[in-house]
Design a protein. Structure first.
Length: 90
C-alpha cells in the first residue's frame, strides 16, 4: 500500500470527495472516521483549517510526492511558524 487511512476495523463503508476538496471516510451512520482536511500535505484548500495538530509541508518540486524544505505550523506557544529545514544557501 502506498497510502492508508488506518480505518480498518472501524466500520468504514464509504469514501466521498466533497465539493470542498475534502476526502471523507465515514461509517453507515454517517459519522466521519477520517478526513483529508485533518492531514494537510502541501496544499491548504479554502475552508480547511490549520490547527496545532496539523503541519503543512512543501513539496520537493512541482508535482513531486517528496517533502520539501519548508513547513508551516503552530508551535507549542500557538505561534504560527514558517520553517526552512534544508541545505544552507549562500
Amino acid at each position: 500500500a502506498a497510502w492508508s487511512t488506518n480505518t480498518s476495523g472501524t466500520g468504514a463503508d464509504r469514501a466521498q470527495l466533497l465539493d470542498t476538496g475534502n476526502l471523507v471516510v465515514s461509517d453507515a451512520a454517517g459519522r466521519t472516521l477520517w478526513q483529508s482536511f485533518d492531514w494537510p500535505t502541501d496544499t491548504l484548500l479554502p475552508g480547511q483549517l490549520i490547527t496545532r495538530h496539523a503541519r503543512l509541508v512543501s513539496a520537493k518540486a512541482r508535482a513531486s510526492t517528496y517533502s520539501g524544505y519548508y513547513s508551516f505550523y503552530f508551535d507549542n506557544f500557538n505561534i504560527l511558524n514558517l520553517m526552512y529545514d534544508g541545505p544552507e544557501i549562500n
